[in-house]
Design a protein around this ligand. Structure first.
Ligand code: AP5
Ligand code: MG
Ligand code: ZN
Length: 214
């Protein structure tokens, strides 16, 4: 099961990914998470990616394609994978198709989660993420039991550097101009489903399970 989660920033890709991998036991591959790991560790890749991310711009295709395809060669991807935040441009999508085809594989399904822009802004500026385990919360939509503390592991919660109003606005614009065309790209291969991401997270998961099957 080779899956892609598509959708604007704040659509709930990461939130659903955590639920989907619990059910289907495939690895969750988020290029954003890979970059944030590298920024935390101060690697050369992290240094390169950080300047783009803080402006809400896309990291250059050549770099992202290399990182993503390298991750997909790992053993845990043999039975399938869930991509979150990759591909994000037509060039990345074409590179992914080519990479998979070399191994006789393909993208089996694309889950496109859609949410209105004003909801996205509220979700992202109110998001809090765990420093320890990466679990995602929201100050009003999905609040932790104790303010500022992760329900899962008890570590401190933080706000992502790119979750400021200004950067979020740019991320949404970049999504509309560079990533949205991927909907048409996958529409042509006929393996895309459209989901309303404004509903409750568990309701959305139930819709996804209906599409993917048990
Ligand atoms: P990335 O980390 O991928 O960020 P993004 O695509 O902007 O998406 P987010 O992670 O912000 O949103 P999400 O859809 O995962 O929402 P979440 O579940 O957290 O990328 C970051 C940056 O890295 C990019 O800007 C770019 O610079 C670079 N990058 C990464 N990949 C790249 C690529 N392929 N090419 C080039 N550059 C790349 O939910 C958001 C909030 O809403 C949370 O607070 C959550 O609790 C809440 N929430 C979730 N679902 C619901 C719901 N159903 N109801 C109410 N609240 C909800
Ligand atoms: Mg995410
Ligand atoms: Zn945690």
């Amino acid at each position: 099961m080779n899956l892609i989660l598509l959708g604007p920033p704040g659509a709930g890709k990461g939130t659903q990914a955590a639920k989907i991998i619990g059910k289907y036991e495939i690895p969750h591959i988020s290029t954003g998470d890979i970059f944030r790991e590298n920024i935390k560790e101060g690697t050369p890749l992290g240094k390169k990616a950080q300047e783009y991310m803080n402006r809400g711009e896309l990291v250059p295709d050549s770099l992202v394609i290399e990182i993503a395809t390298d991750r997909l060669t790992k053993d845990d991807c043999k039975e399938g994978f869930l991509l979150d935040g990759f591909p994000r441009t037509v060039e990345q999508a074409e590179a992914l198709d080519k990479f998979l085809a070399e191994d006789g594989k393909k993208v089996d399904h694309v889950l496109n989660i859609d949410v209105e822009a004003d909801i996205l802004m509220k979700r992202l500026t109110g998001r809090r993420v765990c420093k320890g385990c990466g679990a995602t919360f929201h100050i009003t939509n999905i609040p932790p039991k104790v303010e500022g503390v992760c329900d899962v592991c008890g570590e401190e919660l933080y706000q992502r550097d790119d979750d400021t109003e200004e950067t979020v606005a740019n991320r949404i614009e970049v999504y509309n101009s560079q990533t949205k065309p991927l909907i048409d790209y996958y529409e042509k291969s006929g393996n895309i489903s459209h989901l309303d991401g404004s509903v409750d997270p568990d309701e959305l998961l139930a819709e996804i399970v209906k599409i993917l099957g048990d």
